[in-house]
Design a protein. Structure first.
Length: 258
């Protein structure tokens, strides 16, 4: 949280109690400012593992992560993606153990706030309201995903995810429509309850009819209203021209890497 002016820090719920916050942000009657440690987590490594004792929360400064649930039977499911400014490890009702694992999608920088420090600041009503606001926002995203996976068609699910990522991108003050997708297509398929082949086919189809453009891991939303119509199931996705279908067929290697 040393970059207090950055988008990630401006969204962080600890911004008013961090040692690196500007003096104007810290109330005169505030507790002693937090002095969070910082850690770098390489891509593929875990911030914490499901079932381990909750010892800290992790405000993401740079990079992104995925949340993974492992069932008692051993199968794994991606349950969400977190971006810079999000907090990893917040557990409802002060749970004693992490309910999921959090894994870095790319080389990631994070602060580390001990759970004891978090609980001490929860005595401050304003701070507690901020924590609850963050948890409500995350719970709402999870509810939308649950409805999508449980009742929507494949195209609706993917459109929902792209619009959600775009909204989170804009909430961080980034006005352009280009998203850098650190998650793999397999991660997207796991999150949405689809097959890898379905995700690849839909991305190709969205691109062929002008809803998005994709170059490597850079995805740009070209027609948000069109994506919103797909999400709302107001109309079917237009059929692309025959030539475009041929160039984007699922047979053969795909030119994109995510």
């Amino acid at each position: 949280m040393s970059d207090h002016g950055s988008p990630s820090c401006s969204l962080c719920l600890f911004r008013h109690v961090c040692r690196d916050a500007s003096t104007a942000d810290i109330p005169s009657n505030a507790q002693k400012p937090l002095q969070p440690a910082q850690v770098r987590v390489p891509a593929g490594n875990a911030f914490f593992r499901q079932g381990r004792p909750v010892t800290a929360v992790f405000p993401l400064r740079q990079g992104s992560a995925k949340q993974v649930y492992e069932s008692p039977l051993g199968w794994r499911q991606v349950t969400g993606f977190s971006l810079s400014g999000d907090i990893l490890g917040l557990e409802p009702n002060e749970a004693a153990a992490y309910s999921i694992s959090a894994v870095a999608l790319q080389d990631t920088a994070s602060c580390v706030v001990a759970i004891e420090a978090l609980r001490a600041h929860m005595a401050n009503p304003a701070f507690r309201d901020s924590v609850l606001g963050v948890m409500r926002h995350q719970a709402e995203r999870e509810r939308i995903l649950l409805v999508a996976v449980g009742s929507m068609r494949a195209a609706q699910r993917l459109a929902m995810l792209l619009l959600d990522l775009d909204n989170e991108h804009r909430r961080r003050g980034r006005a352009d429509s280009a998203l850098t997708l650190a998650m793999s297509r397999a991660d997207i398929a796991s999150l949405l309850g689809l097959t890898l082949e379905t995700v690849s086919r839909l991305l190709s189809r969205f691109a062929s009819v002008g809803l998005i453009s994709v170059q490597q891991r850079r995805l740009r939303l070209i027609d948000r209203d069109g994506l919103a119509a797909v999400y709302a199931d107001l109309k079917p996705i237009p059929q692309p021209a025959t030539a475009a279908m041929g160039s984007l067929a699922d047979t053969g290697p795909e030119p994109r890497s995510f």
